[in-house]
Design a protein around this ligand. Sequence first.
Ligand code: GLV
Ligand code: GLV
Length: 329
Amino acid sequence: MSRILVTHPIPAPGMDILAAAGEVEVLELDHDGLVERCASGDYSVVVSQLRDKFDAELLASAKLVGISNYAVGFDNIDVAAATARGITVGNTPGVLTDSTADIALLLMLAAARRAIESDNLVRSGGFTGWKPEFMLGTDVSGRVLGLAGFGRIARATARRALGFGMTVKFCPRPPSDREVSDEELGEFAGRVEHVSWDELVATSDFLSLHVPLSESTHHLVDTRVLHAMKNSAILINTARGPVVDEAALVTALRERVIAGAGLDVYEREPELEPGLAGLPNTVLLPHVGSATVSVRSEMARLCAENAAAMATGSLPPHPVNPEAWGHAG
Ligand code: GLV
Ligand code: GLV
């Protein structure tokens, strides 16, 4: 029977699916421990978390058939290096699309309407009665939402924003551009506007990030971009922290270069950039885009099915690099 290394238990029904496919060992490991276990030849598959870093060095000595990442994102894994070793990587697409789009909307609304500030004020006895100019925020309806990226989560966010009466613009692959066919636009044809990255940045009231983290999106939002945004704009990040230069963001928020930010992810998670937590014009969530009971359970099912397939000799249902399959050394 194949052995499966699990770096942190995954929710039901994940562990049962894994147990039916192989001999499961749960071990919480630091990086050196992970390197050693992956190189030991004792396991065919690792079920991993975002905090497990599969860098080129680890992968160079790894004797594995596959890695099943408990996430849709896989920037914790050097996929090119995995492919070169014939190690197939699986992820959990689709099931967390709506829950993450909900969090993007929640951050927009909370930042625009000062929900967290208001809640704190009520709890601390600061609500002394309705006043015409008390806790005024900004509108969401009628405003421009700019989507950086146009994948599943961006589209689910667009669908919600259109329901709120927003104007939706998108740039599919910032900072560069690419063609988008009418077929790809699908239900959004005529309802959303494809613009360049520069135009998206300059014209959005809310700029929401929905790109994977890669070399080309690292610090996509930097000082230059923050200064090109409207002073009244609010930045939303439910994607990956390093897409934003967090030090530059803190400076921009402090100096009112932009009006606010709603963040679910951070550059050096779980650490926060000094100064960020002290700013009133931010809404800060602890990476909860997929954090509902049913979504985490569905992610566990997909993740375990990927791992079980690889452990029993078949291509996983959700491979990131299917070309690696069958080439393990
Ligand atoms: C969470 O951030 C994920 O990539 O699933
Ligand atoms: C990720 O699931 C995306 O396509 O946005």
